[in-house]
Design a protein around this ligand. Structure first.
Ligand SMILES: NC(=O)c1ccc[n+]([C@@H]2O[C@H](COP(=O)([O-])OP(=O)(O)OC[C@H]3O[C@@H](n4cnc5c(N)ncnc54)[C@H](O)[C@@H]3O)[C@@H](O)[C@H]2O)c1
Length: 275
């Protein structure tokens, strides 16, 4: 039974690897004995921190790849090279949080979200997953090797942020985020329908998991106890999530245990979206 969830012999590409979730995903992939994890991120210092955290014992299993996914030519080159290794799993986890996508401090509400904010949301929230999938799916076709694509959605792939959650606070979740994460669901299903059976694609939709560990665009709201309590109140399991709540699903979707699952949204949100 244990072998079903083993990633022995599998090579994984993980984007946004230096981020809050990425760090835990990398650790979980290593624990599941992945053959190789290509940890991709634009942040060189972030990758250096990750390297420290994963430790010397993982040095044979991990390769750190500095890449700006906003540079399409460079992505084609670097991912093209990685694809030559015979990648089994692609985890599309990167996203641009912060002012460029309308998160704090420069905010764009639905009434005044700018073209630039929406463009960055759709570029990083949808297009980066599309470009990576195209490259690794093409390689999988050429080599006749299965590929499991895991996209990172959100509870806001399922519902939009409720205005009542933010009532009385200065912050909110910008519209481009939910729109991008919803579009990513359609892309996931499209991939599953059109690139199968060799390629499986699923979308993991996490709930409220405040980043308490790294500096983030949402630091202000993450630290506000009244706001945190409001998020807890909306969650059936009456607690906020932690990246460790997600890693089981990541390993499951990467492994052969999920071999008959494709085009699905796996919502790991403590019950946020059920009412
Ligand atoms: N934290 C949450 O509560 C939450 C909830 C639901 C979904 N998600 C989704 O999970 C994923 C990870 O979220 P997180 O909280 O770990 O965010 P994070 O900001 O900590 O991680 C995102 C990573 O993407 C990288 N990145 C940004 N721009 C890049 C570029 N140009 N090229 C390459 N890499 C780039 C960043 O450097 C960062 O390490 C995202 O897709 C996010 O939308 C997060």
């Amino acid at each position: 039974m244990n072998n079903l969830f083993s990633l022995k012999g599998k090579k994984v590409v993980l984007t946004g690897a230096a981020g809050f979730f990425g760090t835990y995903f990398a650790e979980a992939l290593l624990s599941a004995e992945a053959d190789k994890v290509f940890c991709v991120d634009v942040s060189e210092p972030g990758l250096a921190d990750l390297k420290k955290r994963l430790g010397a014992s993982s040095s044979k299993q991990v390769e750190y790849v500095v890449l700006d996914q906003g540079d399409q030519k460079m992505v084609a080159k670097v991912f093209g090279k990685l694809a030559e290794h015979g990648v089994d799993v692609l985890i599309n986890n990167s996203f641009v949080f912060g002012a460029p996508t309308g998160f704090a401090p420069a905010r764009g509400r639905i009434e005044d979200a700018t073209f630039e904010q929406l463009q960055k949301s759709f570029e990083s929230g949808i297009y980066w997953s599309i470009q990576a999938t195209q490259i690794f799916a093409e390689a999988s076709k050429k080599s006749d090797k299965p590929l499991s694509v895991i996209n990172l959605g959100s509870m806001y792939s399922v519902v939009v942020p409720s205005p009542t959650l933010y009532e009385g606070f200065d912050y909110y979740n910008p519209p481009g985020y939910s729109m991008a994460k919803t579009g990513l669901v359609a892309f996931t299903k499209y991939t599953a329908a059109w690139m199968g059976p060799l390629v499986r694609a699923n979308i993991l939709c996490p709930g409220a998991i405040p980043n308490d560990e790294k500096k983030s665009a949402n630091s202000e709201q993450n630290k506000n106890d009244a706001f945190r309590q409001r998020m807890i109140d909306r969650t059936a399991l009456k607690r906020l999530g932690h990246p460790n709540d997600l890693v089981g699903t990541v390993v499951f979707l990467a492994s052969d245990a999920s071999s008959y699952i494709t085009g699905q949204m796996i919502v790991v949100d403590g019950g946020w979206t059920i009412v």
